[in-house]
Design a protein around this ligand. Structure first.
Ligand SMILES: [Mg+2]
Length: 189
């Protein structure tokens, strides 16, 4: 899950290289988050929690959010979407949110962290876009988790045109994924 990059990629692609990569958000179980030393999550909405063209969260997402709440992990939705749309989703599921976050700029992350008194070390951003979510997290100085997008074909055209570029970044960066176990073994050796 933790990524490793070549030095060249780290130099040239730093803002777009997530520290961690998961396929779906519920891979981030409380135990995994503990291992990552993450207590607070800034959570992207579109294509991370749900496909773009619906306002409903599926049961497995709600179950995951529930496990985080039970484990005491704080979650705040962080989206570039309009307040009217994101606020409606957040209110429906009784979640906190920050809309119009202006990712890849870090200001949205910082606004939430200041409001909630979260420190950088224990905060992670979780999202599907390298050039918005991951970059915002890198600039904000927090941990970054990239999620494989859910049905990216449902996104508006201006988001979709970034996807081939994102794939290119990943290919160029030669992302190596390992498990925590493998990571631990490596550091022990
Ligand atoms: Mg997204």
């Amino acid at each position: 899950m933790k990524n490793q990059y070549s030095l060249l990629a780290q130099i040239f692609l730093w803002p777009f290289l997530p520290q961690y990569k998961v396929n779906v958000v519920n891979e981030l179980t409380p135990a995994v988050l503990r291992e990552m030393e993450v207590q607070h999550i800034l959570l992207d909405v579109d294509c991370t929690l749900k496909r773009y063209d619906t306002d409903l969260l599926e049961d497995w997402v709600l179950e995951w959010l529930e496990t985080l709440e039970v484990a005491g992990v704080d979650v705040c939705l962080l989206s570039n979407g309009k307040k009217s749309r994101i606020g409606k989703i957040a209110d429906h599921y009784d979640l906190e949110y920050e809309a119009m976050a202006m990712k890849p700029f870090p200001c949205g992350c910082w606004r939430v962290m200041k409001r909630k008194d979260w420190d950088r070390k224990s905060t992670a951003i979780v999202g599907d876009q390298l050039m918005a979510d991951v970059a915002a997290g890198k600039f904000a100085g927090i941990k970054t988790v990239h999620v494989t997008p859910i049905h990216p074909e449902t996104e508006p055209i201006f988001t979709r045109i970034k996807r081939p570029l994102e794939r290119l970044v990943f290919r160029f960066a030669m992302v190596h994924r390992g498990t925590f176990e493998a990571q631990k073994k490596e550091t022990a050796e």
